[in-house]
Ligand binder design. Structure first.
Ligand code: NAI
Ligand code: MG
Length: 490
């Protein structure tokens, strides 16, 4: 595999400091941290390690831009123009951004080119269109009054994002926030700060005024917690682990912040015996192994109806043996490394749990190669609901397959989890599919497809998979406050 130095051009790593009030500045403490290329474990560069002092400066800049500065005075439609301009600049640099994403995250360049970056652009354009369509209502209250509502921006928003889709998570959060008229303090994940910083530079080039977007790279318990506790931040939008969300919820209680959470899952992918078998195999494979299994909505519990179970896992195993792992910069690569040592260790620990609990490991279960955090696509058969690999989010290329018989059984087993992010059903029987879609407690249900995302379609979790929704109109509403104005007209 080529070294990082051979990879540096392209992409060029240009932005490595904090972006606050339109200025690129080192952390107040002068500290930096390393970000690495997960395929070779080499250090790419040092990045400013923001902490409370930097967050204070960023919130100050964001408050000023919101309270008295330019962003509050700009016409709604012009906010949309800025978003469109940002999308255009990202499109111009999409090859460079895709490479930066592959460098920092380790995801295959083919995925970054075909999925991450186009979805970033589409999301920003979608929300650009909303900026001048955020309407209140007129309300016929009793008496001689004129009553109307205004949908106002919630204010300064803190946005804390994970490392699995670094640029896309930034877009999901910037799009609705900017369309609604909010200003932003973002903390990218410590594993993957680079594409977010590049996007901030492009936002600056697009003419988005200073202080509207601020980026403070750094760690969660320091920079992240400082955002959550800051009294000048009106809302926190977070994507990541459930345990982190619970800390954030506690930390945010003191200042009664608005919160939206997009958390983990243990999503059931349910294959009935009457399904198009080949399409379902493909969907189960893609639904779990895509992005190295590092998807909040990964279909990690694959339930297969009894008559087709043996044939199904046979086909899954065959597919796994053909999956191409390797250099993520090779366009033919289908699976890159996991993000870091901690995730790599966690995944292999769960492989051991699977074996201990009595599941059969049909493929994978071990490291691939001798460099980087690669894990072979792993397939467990004979998994039962109580096993740890069927209960916990693994966030890696580990699929649990479970046998079921009939509708009544599958509804309760699918729902036998504290999570509720996504689910899928594969069947040629439309009635069966809709019945299941109505019974499963999950924010998204895919029928005869998996991982179909669109900026216009809301996404989020039931139960402990989240709070609120992102994307679509619902995602926009989460960045607004409802104000009621009542005027005597008698
Ligand atoms: P994490 O939840 O710790 O990190 C996500 C973001 O939260 C990062 O930017 C991090 O710096 C920040 N953060 C961490 N602690 C914080 C705190 N006390 N206050 C404010 N911000 C804080 O997730 P991590 O440790 O990277 O991954 C652990 C597990 O979480 C994974 O194995 C996976 O199961 C799950 N996860 C789920 C994601 C999803 O999309 N739902 C994304 C990433 C991880
Ligand atoms: Mg963590």
């Amino acid at each position: 595999m080529a070294t990082v130095t051979e990879r540096i051009a392209p992409p060029q790593v240009r932005q490595t400091s904090c972006f606050i009030g339109g200025k690129w500045i080192p952390a107040v403490s002068g500290k930096t941290f390393e970000t690495i290329h997960p395929a070779t474990e080499e250090v790419i560069c040092e990045v400013a390690e923001g902490d409370k002092e930097d967050v204070d400066l960023a919130v100050e800049a964001a408050r000023e831009a919101f309270d008295t500065g330019p962003w509050s005075k700009i016409d709604a439609r012009d906010r949309g123009h800025f978003l469109n301009r940002l999308a255009d600049l990202i499109e111009e640099e999409s090859e460079e951004l895709a490479a930066l994403e592959t460098l920092d995250n380790g995801k295959p360049i083919g995925d970054a080119r075909a999925a991450d970056i186009p979805l970033v652009i589409d999301c920003l354009r979608y929300y650009a269109g909303w900026a001048d369509k955020i309407h209140g209502k007129t309300i016929p209250i009793r008496g001689d009054y004129f009553c109307y509502t205004r949908r106002e921006p919630v204010g300064v928003v803190g946005q804390i994002i994970p490392w699995n889709f670094p640029a896309l998570m930034a877009a999901w959060k910037w799009g609705p926030a900017l369309a609604a008229g909010c200003t932003i303090v973002m903390k990218p994940a410590e594993q993957t700060p680079l594409s977010c910083l590049r996007m901030a530079r492009l936002a600056q080039k697009a003419g988005i005024p200073d202080g509207v977007i601020n980026v403070v790279p750094g760690y969660g318990p320091t920079a992240g917690a400082a955002i959550v506790k800051h009294p000048g931040v009106d809302k926190v939008a977070f994507t990541g682990e459930l345990a982190t969300a619970k800390i954030i919820q506690r930390d945010a209680a003191e200042t009664m912040k608005r919160l939206t959470f997009e958390l983990g899952g243990k999503s059931p992918n349910i294959v009935f015996a009457d399904a198009d078998l080949e399409a379902a195999v493909e969907g189960a494979h893609f639904g779990l192994y895509f992005n190295q299994g590092q998807c909040c909505c990964a279909g990690s519990r694959v339930f297969v109806e009894e008559p087709i179970y043996d044939e199904f896992i046979h086909r899954l195993a065959a597919k796994n043996s053909q999956r191409r792992l390797g250099d993520p910069f090779d366009p033919a690569t289908e699976q890159g490394p996991q993000i870091d040592q901690a995730q790599f260790d966690k995944i292999l620990k769960y492989v051991e749990y699977g074996k201990e609990d009595g599941a059969e490991c049909l493929t994978g279960g071990k490291r691939f190669g001798d460099q980087g955090f690669f894990v072979e696509p792993t397939l467990f058969a004979g998994v039962t609901d109580d096993m740890r690999i069927a209960q916990d989010e693994i966030f890696g290329p580990v699929m649990s397959t479970l046998k079921f018989s009939g509708m009544d059984e599958i509804v309760s087993r699918a729902n036998n989890t504290n999570f509720g992010l996504a689910a899928a059903v594969w069947s040629r029987d439309v009635g069966k599919a809709h019945h299941l879609a109505s019974k499963v407690r999950a924010g998204t249900v895919w029928v005869n497809c998996y991982d179909v995302f669109d900026a216009a379609a809301p996404f989020g979790g039931f139960k402990q998979s989240g709070l609120g929704r992102e994307l679509g109109e619902a995602g926009l509403e989460a960045y607004t406050e409802n104000k009621t104005v009542t005027m005597a007209i008698g």
